[in-house]
Write a protein that binds this ligand. Structure first.
Ligand SMILES: NC(=O)c1ccc[n+]([C@@H]2O[C@H](COP(=O)([O-])OP(=O)(O)OC[C@H]3O[C@@H](n4cnc5c(N)ncnc54)[C@H](O)[C@@H]3O)[C@@H](O)[C@H]2O)c1
Ligand SMILES: O=P(O)(O)OC[C@@H](O)[C@@H](O)[C@H](O)[C@H](O)CO
Length: 491
């Protein structure tokens, strides 16, 4: 069978002229530089931006930058930046052609061009989705990790390899050019992500030579805003089966397509240094403070995902949908979300009602989205503090024993100790923990060793200490297996 012709502007104009005419024109100017040209950006910010340009035309095309590799950049370039988002819900597919990305570049190949783009006065916004681990921070302190070799090499003067190094290099070029104000919008699943990124940029500047870092940080303080955001849409890594489904739907070959759920939410603190697309006209919520929205998102959606990832993996399951449809796991997760993660939100006034939890469980159970548990299980040390550890400590401090939450944490520890191969290619922090716990015996010894590297698990200033509960759950997982442990926990 011959492959369908490749998606690009010319082919689209010939095969689907009405769709081609509806897209942003190819000469729309770039107003946004995006670091992290992954699946999520394409389904989320790129779609919102395209809709915003439809609502209010303007020079808001995106240059999608890959901080590390060049695969996605090459695929986007071959397709003139065009790609498909296949929004899938039970029984329904919506095909959306996206033309908001006008340019793409691999940061390590073209560092000067990236600097020039961030420095250009026509660029008003820089957005980021470089994963939680991409910020090279210490999750215990929220400061730039002192021992990161890539950050050290960037600071020593090579063309930067880290996202932070690339951003600061661009900000330096902007400060030395016309110095126009800029808004940097972090869209990664991290608490107070704008404030976190601003602190990391300051830490990075402090490690530059004083004559460079000092004035740069002062200029950033005066001219650059870092609003925090909450982002929500499930967008798994694209599979070959997804690409085949897209080819079937559009009769063109699209190597940059993504599959996503239809639910799409973006909450941004209304703190822009200059112009922005008409995002608010197309459903983006601009708010004074993200406040309780972020705890609700990080704990329920992401905390729920992590619990499914670790327990589902122990049960031999592969995807989120399989895990969310597993009767015992679903019952446990519902109890965790309502009784612990949700109840812990009560002081913030965002405690979800049971029907909202059920709607979330239905999103997870969407059988047409193939979200691998291994993708979610990666990078536990930078994800779990905000997803499970902080809520667990808060519940303890309020006098409640988070026993269900402890089971999810114990599942993570069990994988680190007994089945590290199931966690996939480990990040440096996870690999170090696995080495440390490898020869240890007994749940308390293992949990204590993990807690030495993941401080939120052990005692903190408030006296809250999750180790005992997690060690108990770990002992049950080892003795009774995951299924019996889950069934007992949810009773
Ligand atoms: N996918 C989702 O469902 C979803 C939903 C909400 C938020 N997010 C946020 O977006 C992030 C990215 O998700 P995605 O699905 O696009 O992932 P992805 O793997 O498709 O893309 C990640 C992008 O970040 C870059 N990157 C990865 N690790 C990096 C590192 N250590 N340093 C610098 N750059 C790095 C990659 O080159 C790529 O461009 C998530 O980690 C999360 O914080 C994702
Ligand atoms: O993308 P990560 O690695 O931060 O986390 C995995 C998932 O929990 C996450 O991507 C969710 O799908 C998303 O946050 C839903 O809005």
């Amino acid at each position: 069978m011959t492959a369908a012709p490749r998606l690009d502007r010319r082919t689209l104009a010939a095969t689907h002229p009405w769709v081609a005419r509806s897209l942003p024109r190819p000469d729309v100017g770039v107003g946004i530089v995006h670091l992290g040209a992954g699946a999520f950006h394409r389904a989320h910010q790129a779609v919102f931006t395209q809709l915003a340009m439809e609502a209010e035309p303007g020079d808001w095309a995106i240059c999608a930058v890959s901080p590390r590799g060049r695969g996605t950049v090459e695929r986007l370039r071959r397709q003139d930046g065009l790609f498909t988002v296949l929004e899938r819900h039970r029984g329904e597919d919506q095909v959306r052609l996206v033309g908001a990305v006008r340019d793409a570049l691999a940061a390590r190949d073209e560092p000067e061009r990236l600097d020039a783009l961030i420095a250009a006065p026509s660029t008003h916004v820089v957005t980021l989705t470089v994963t939680e681990a991409g910020y090279r921070h210490d999750p215990a302190t929220g400061r730039l990790a002192g021992d990161d070799p890539d950050t050290a090499a960037d600071l020593a003067g090579r063309p930067p390899h880290t996202a932070l190094g690339q951003l600061v290099s661009g900000l330096l070029a902007r400060s030395r050019g016309e110095g126009a104000p800029l808004t940097v919008v972090c869209c990664d699943n991290l608490p107070d992500n704008g404030r976190l990124l601003r602190r990391l940029v300051a830490d990075y500047c402090a490690r530059l030579p004083p004559g460079t870092g000092g004035p740069l940080d002062a200029w950033i303080g005066a001219s650059v805003r870092f609003p925090s955001t909450v982002v929500d849409q499930i967008v798994p890594a694209t599979t070959p089966r997804d690409l085949a489904a897209v080819a079937d739907a559009i009769q063109l070959t699209d190597e940059a397509a993504v599959v996503a759920e239809p639910h799409r939410r973006w909450i941004i603190e209304d703190d822009f240094a200059g112009p922005r697309p008409a995002w608010d006209a197309v459903g983006v919520e601009l708010v004074d403070a993200i406040g309780p929205h972020q705890a609700a998102k990080l704990r329920l959606v992401n905390g729920g995902h992590s619990a499914l990832a670790y327990l589902g993996t122990l049960l031999g399951l592969r995807t989120v949908a399989e895990a969310a449809c597993h009767p015992a796991l679903r019952r446990y997760l519902r109890a965790l979300l309502i009784g612990e993660l949700g109840a812990g939100l009560r002081p913030l006034g965002t405690e979800p009602a049971a029907h909202q939890v059920d709607a979330l469980l239905d999103r997870f159970a969407n059988p047409r989205i193939e979200h691998r548990l291994a993708q979610i299980a990666a990078d536990g040390p930078v994800k779990l503090p905000q997803r499970l550890l902080e809520p667990g400590r808060e519940l303890l401090a309020a006098g409640q024993e988070p026993r269900l939450l402890a089971v999810a944490l114990a599942a993570w520890v069990r994988l680190l100790h007994a089945r590290p191969e199931l966690l996939g290619e480990p990040d440096a922090r996870t690999a170090a923990i696995c080495r440390e716990v490898a020869g240890l015996d007994g749940p308390h010894a293992v949990v204590d060793a993990v807690a030495r590297r993941v401080p939120g698990l052990g005692p903190d200033g408030s006296g809250a200490d999750l180790r005992g509960l997690v060690a108990e759950a770990l002992a049950r997982l080892a003795a009774d297996g995951p299924l019996a442990t889950l069934e007992a926990a949810a009773d």
